[in-house]
Design a protein around this ligand. Structure first.
Ligand SMILES: [Mg+2]
Length: 337
């Protein structure tokens, strides 16, 4: 496949490393580090989680290169995609105030199976969501928090209580267990999220009969085009989500969501509200349940204000080098200069 290839020097020259404060602790950190490239075609984002080795993180770099530099990639300049509200594992009485943060969302994802809580807590939270948004479509996300018997018990109880879900996200940890749960509760659609980290994973999930649906992110799957191809090859429906991206990465995700076939599932891209600051003046939060596809252009003053320390910047530059070299081993198009 034809690929674009800015030189490593060009990439580094166009890179802005930022550390943005979060409202909530995420993966043990209170700041999200990200690299934003002033690409020739668009701004793009490179923000693999800190612990990922180059082999894995290089897919994220390929995504940033494609979005920033590939003139043949179709990017929609206008329009919106639908996004979902997310309700963390809060007590039922806190649900209305969580939902108030999401303007006009008609789909709510509710976290369940939180450690230290009971099935009754999940049911109460779901009731509170149904009370607040009686017409909303619901999905739940267990983040692999259940065993197979726990998942089956919980899903039967929820069904008995009248809840219908678009899908149930990662009820259990492994692909084998997902397949077991899926067989045990026919009629409940199962989605794989944590089981999808690399481009090969959606196909493996489909082959194992482990899920009806996959959660995908543009960066880890190697870019907008590749992620759309992977979803199509899996034969499963998909929801696009964020890896806690800045507004620049959110637009990359929104472009992927806009490419997926109908019926589209509201994307998990309303995550910018978890940031206390962003790189654009008008962060891509949900407006009337939608996120805009328009280009996200960082503000120079914000890039300066939230610029990472020199040590942090050097670490990211080394990481870009390592990932770039890894990509160069995969195809001549990425030959480092
Ligand atoms: Mg999930």
């Amino acid at each position: 496949m034809e690929r674009v290839h800015p030189s490593l020097a060009d990439l580094l020259e166009r890179a802005h490393v930022v550390a943005l404060p979060l409202n909530t602790r995420f993966r043990g950190v209170t700041e999200r580090e990200a690299v934003l490239f002033a690409g020739t075609e668009a701004w793009s984002e490179f923000s693999p989680f800190l612990e990922y080795a180059p082999a894995e993180a290089s897919a994220w770099l390929a995504a940033a290169i494609e979005y920033g530099f590939d003139a043949s990639l179709e990017r929609l300049d206008s329009g919106t995609v639908e996004v979902n509200a997310t309700v963390p594992a809060v007590t039922a009485d806190a649900v209305p105030q969580v939902l108030a943060r999401y303007d006009g969302c008609r789909v709510a994802k509710v976290k369940v199976a939180e450690r230290g809580q009971m099935l009754a807590d999940d049911l109460a939270r779901l009731e509170a969501v149904r009370d607040a948004l009686p017409t909303a479509r619901l999905r739940i996300d267990a983040n692999a928090g259940w065993s197979v018997p726990e998942a089956v018990t919980a899903l039967r109880a929820m069904t008995a209580a009248g809840f219908e879900f678009e899908y149930v996200e990662q009820p259990v940890a492994s692909v084998t267990e997902l397949a077991e749960v899926r067989r045990a509760v026919p009629g409940v659609r199962i989605a794989a999220d944590e089981s999808v980290r690399k481009a090969a994973d959606p196909l493996a999930v489909a082959r194992a009969g482990a899920a009806d649906h996959v959660i995908v992110k543009a960066q880890p799957l190697g870019g907008v085009r590749r992620a759309a191809e992977v979803v199509a090859a899996s034969g499963l429906s998909a929801t696009v989500s964020s890896a806690l991206d800045t507004s620049v990465g959110i637009v990359m995700g929104a472009q992927l969501a806009a490419r997926l076939p109908q019926p589209r599932y509201a994307a998990g891209l309303a995550t910018v509200s978890l940031f206390a600051a962003d790189v654009v003046r008008e962060p891509r939060v949900a407006v009337q349940g939608q996120v805009s596809l328009a280009p996200a252009v960082p503000d120079a003053a914000l890039l300066r204000e939230f610029a990472a320390s020199d040590a942090c910047q050097n670490w990211w530059f080394e990481r870009i080098r390592a990932c770039f070299e890894h990509l160069s081993t995969l195809g001549a198009a990425y030959s480092p200069e």
